[in-house]
Design a protein. Structure first.
Length: 128
């Protein structure tokens, strides 16, 4: 499920991103996406490709990784994101929810650390 007023558009130096053409109230689930789960062996191979930047660690023990379908791989990162994602390991889904009111025309961001306000530098901010 993807709300019909979400769209993908150019996002400046970040490539593409997810935007909204309508206002989104706080607390609204904006997307529910199925995932493709992969094991350790697959992760080793994926880490050698561009897909490394689009996969999520998966499982309570992070022994797996997954590729989310839908728009989820296109949300850009922000340490002060306006959305958060939640993983449902049992149903094999990722949900994205607005954590504050989002105005029409805004880009939607998630924090790649998992928690919307986690300021720990992510991998691309720690590269020399």
């Amino acid at each position: 499920m993807i709300l019909p007023f979400l769209f993908i558009a150019p996002a400046g130096t970040m490539g593409r991103g997810v935007f909204t053409s309508d206002d989104i109230p706080e607390g609204i689930i904006i997307e529910v996406a199925p995932v493709i789960i992969m094991g350790k062996e697959d992760r080793v191979l994926l880490d050698k490709t561009l897909l490394h930047d689009y996969i999520f660690e998966w499982g309570d023990d992070k022994q797996y990784c997954c590729m989310a379908l839908g728009y989820v791989p296109v949300y850009n990162h922000s340490y002060g994101s306006n959305c958060e994602y939640e993983m449902d390991y049992e149903q094999e889904l990722i949900s994205v929810k607005a954590i504050r009111f989002i105005k029409a025309g805004e880009e939607l961001f998630i924090n790649y650390n998992g928690d919307w306000n986690n300021e720990t530098p992510v991998w691309f901010d720690t590269k020399p």
